[in-house]
Every structure is written in structure tokens, then in C-alpha cells.
Design a binder for this molecule. Structure first.
Ligand SMILES: [Mg+2]
Length: 192
């Protein structure tokens, strides 16, 4: 079953999306440039942190794009643009997703069509495995750990750098969700 077909079927897409190791894109998946990291880095997970993408159409669908034998429907977490606009003023904002590049770019190009909010994108092939569990090892990004924070709905993803991780509640369809608003003051505090 292909990645997208599985998603459309409602299967757990987390492991499926990350299963396709695409070739590294020099611009998007190499380590950060070798310069002093001046701003703090806010590293954001994508799925169930900023958006939910499903094979089923709901009223709140914001965008859709074709997959293989299916359509992906994109749902935006409430306040996601307000959140990104604010944190992009304070941080260098990076997406680090366990999903593959062709899928993630479809979502991110919709979320940030003018590439003004997100500075860099890392995909599944920038992750690694620790004791059989997928992890987002921030050392692989070449970042200054003292100036980097990862927000992710899955704590396993930051198990190697627990002090750098902030867990956010997984989001699917709840239009009353305010987690990104709740997180904003914390992020503002982190940037100081
Ligand atoms: Mg996630």
C-alpha cells in the first residue's frame, strides 16, 4: 500500500509517511549554515502539531491535494497562522517533520505560500532511530542546543534532548483548540 493510499484508508500515517527516505535536498535538509546562531531556533513538528491531514473530507477542510489513489485533506490547527506570524518575528522557525518531503512540501507550501514564516524544512530523512524508535536528534541539524526548542506532539521525538522539547497536545479536528495560543507566551519567554 502506498503512503497516501494508506492515509486515505485512515491508517496510522505517522510511520507510513516517514517510511519513504527521499533524496536529500541540499537547500532543505543539510545542516544549518556554519555561522553563529544569532536568533533562537524554534523547531516545529508538522502533523498533529500545526495541521492534521486526513483522507476524509470534513467541513473545516482548508486545502486538498492529490496523492496516489487518494486525496489529502488539510486541516489547520486553530490560530496556526497567528502563531507562526508571531514566532517568526522572534525566532528562526524551522519545520522538522517525520513525513516525507513530497507530502510535507504540499502542506507547507499551502501553510506558508510566500515562504515568509518558515525559514527551513527538515523531513523524515533528517531523523534517526534510537533503540528502534524514530527520534528527531537535533544534533543532526547542526544547531546550538542551548538556543533551540522543539515543539512536538510526540515526546518520543525529542527523547534524546528532553531539555529542548516542549510537548503539545495532539490535534485532529477540534475547532475549539487553543493550544497554540497557550503556547505563545511560553515561546515569547523562550526567545529571551
Ligand atoms: Mg506530529
Amino acid at each position: 500500500m502506498s503512503n497516501r493510499k494508506a492515509a486515505a484508508a485512515g491508517a496510522s500515517t505517522k510511520s507510513i509517511r516517514r517510511s519513504r527516505g527521499l533524496a536529500h535536498n541540499a537547500k532543505t535538509s543539510s545542516s544549518l549554515p556554519n555561522k553563529i546562531q544569532e536568533k533562537k531556533l524554534l523547531i516545529l513538528d508538522l502533523d498533529e502539531t500545526l495541521v492534521h491531514v486526513s483522507g476524509s473530507l470534513q467541513e473545516s477542510c482548508a486545502h486538498s491535494f492529490p496523492g496516489v489513489n487518494c486525496t489529502y485533506y488539510v486541516y489547520l490547527r486553530p490560530y496556526v497562522h497567528k502563531f507562526l506570524e508571531r514566532v517568526s518575528e522572534l525566532f528562526d522557525v524551522v519545520i522538522f517533520t517525520a513525513s516525507d518531503q513530497d507530502y510535507a512540501d504540499q502542506v507547507l507550501d499551502f501553510l506558508d505560500p510566500q515562504a515568509k514564516l518558515i525559514d527551513r524544512r527538515y523531513y523524515c530523512n533528517s531523523g534517526s532511530y534510537d533503540q528502534g524508535t524514530y527520534v528527531k536528534d537535533l544534533r543532526r541539524l547542526g544547531v546550538d542546543l542551548a538556543k533551540s526548542v522543539l515543539v512536538d506532539n510526540c515526546p518520543d521525538n525529542f527523547r534524546l534532548q528532553k531539555d529542548n522539547g516542549i510537548k503539545i497536545q495532539s490535534w485532529y479536528f477540534d475547532q475549539q483548540d487553543e493550544e497554540l495560543l497557550v503556547l505563545l507566551p511560553l515561546e515569547v519567554g523562550c526567545c529571551r
